[in-house]
Design a protein around this ligand. Structure first.
Ligand SMILES: [Zn+2]
Length: 421
């Protein structure tokens, strides 16, 4: 949690109408989220809102159960202020859906994972819709049991992070070359078996939400999340906005062709970046070096590498060299401040970080090479991301990555009053 008391920049100016109340509420929730435990006086100072406005809204948030009064603050003299925090009884169910497994968790409003569960199933890109539905039924069973375990909490919905792109208008999976989820109406299927409000998003985008909600980079305007798993997907925060593109398809850099004569990719093209830099590529490199091997999963390869197996280490180095090559292209084109790598490979971070960084520095044409960091908690980053999708929807109804009036093309500023009036 952040202890600095630098002013929190509201995502948009403070307004004066009914909508304004909603916006001010979101700004306060966001500020409490970042600064908690925090006093009402500090909230007024940090947001630029009138102390009386802060008191009224905090009162409402307490009535609604979003905020609770915590410990008493310490001041040299005078009345001791009461600190407020978000109420961690509020939780979300999070599912990280991969091609052959699903991780589930109950995550509280502060990003703490209270309990988790894993479900494995034998389905892949070519599986039938019936097989996909059976897997969903297994997941639903685990989800219901996890929900029952935390029956005393207030569930706000289900967040799903999925390897594939999700059209946010139709909730349909529009691109999912490595998994069979596109063959069914995944959103409707989950709603049918779990009966709860659902937010579903691409895994890399979900991790971006997680960084903004729970991470260290909640103030950065240009962030790139690169999720390395069965494929390579990216989530991009550009000038403070989540880049979505047509049909929410933006971010599929995994399918930029980097070698025309390369291996066939799940998307049907040849030589895509992810055929060289994904976990599957790492496994392929190892099999080339050790044809006698019976390795079947990237985790086994990682275990070998962590034990110091030379061929395993070389395979992962090769995978990382290709990862670095693509990152240099992304850095040149998008100018991110930070690149966050999400994936099992980060278990070898002390080895792979210098490799990625030195390549980026070597290819950089400006003095501002982006920092490369690992989302150290691996799987948990995708789960927290799934939870952040729900919290973002439920809590920040008026505040998005970009100011709402800009998002909707609304240019009428007459309703707005200056932030620091
Ligand atoms: Zn491809």
């Amino acid at each position: 949690m952040h202890t600095t008391d630098k002013p929190v920049r509201p995502r948009r100016a403070v307004a004066s109408s009914e909508t304004a109340r909603e916006i001010n509420r979101d700004i306060l929730l966001h500020t409490i989220h970042l600064q908690q435990p925090v006093s009402r006086a500090d909230l007024a100072r940090l947001t630029g809102l009138q102390p009386s406005t802060v008191s009224v809204i905090i009162g409402q948030l307490m009535e609604e159960g979003w905020v609770v009064a915590g410990s008493l603050g310490r001041l040299p003299r005078g009345r001791r202020p009461t600190y407020v925090t978000l109420n961690d009884r509020h939780v979300t169910l999070a599912i990280d859906l991969r091609p052959g497994k699903a991780n589930l968790a109950v995550v509280d409003i502060n990003g703490k994972i209270l309990g988790r569960e894993a479900v494995a199933f034998d389905i892949k890109a070519g599986s039938t819709p019936e097989e996909a539905k059976t897997a969903i039924a297994h997941i639903a069973r685990a989800a219901r049991s996890l929900r029952a375990t935390y029956g005393d909490r207030v569930f706000q919905g289900l967040g799903v992070s999925v390897s594939g792109r999700v059209d946010q208008r139709t909730h349909r999976l529009v691109f999912s070359p490595n998994a069979p989820w596109g063959q069914i109406d995944l959103y409707a299927e989950l709603q049918k078996v779990l009966g709860t409000p659902i937010e579903m998003e691409n895994a890399a985008n979900a991790c971006l939400f997680s960084e903004r909600w729970f991470g260290t980079f909640n103030d950065a305007s240009n962030l790139l999340v690169v999720a390395v798993a069965e494929g390579v997907g990216t989530g991009m925060l550009v000038d403070g906005r989540l880049a979505r593109g047509r049909d929410d398809m933006a971010g599929e850099f995994g399918h930029m062709p980097i070698e025309e004569s390369g291996p066939v990719c799940g998307c049907g093209n040849m030589g895509c970046w992810e055929t060289f830099a994904s976990n599957r590529a790492g496994l392929r490199y190892y099999r080339e070096l050790a044809p006698e091997s019976t390795l079947t999963s990237f985790q086994e390869l990682l275990d070998l590498a962590l034990k110091g197996d030379i061929r395993a280490l070389r395979s992962i180095d090769k995978m990382m060299t290709y990862l670095a090559r693509g990152l240099a292209m992304l850095a040149a084109g998008l100018a991110p401040e930070v690149i966050i790598i999400v994936g099992d490979c980060t278990a070898l971070w002390p080895r792979i970080c210098p490799l990625l960084e030195s390549h980026l520095i070597a290819k950089s044409f400006t003095p501002h090479t982006p920092r490369v960091v690992a989302a150290m908690d691996g799987d948990a980053a995708r789960l927290r991301g799934a939870a952040a999708l729900v919290l973002h929807k439920v809590l920040f109804r008026q505040v998005d990555f970009a100011p709402r009036h800009e998002r909707e093309g609304e240019r009428d500023n007459s309703k707005l009053v200056p932030t620091h009036a």
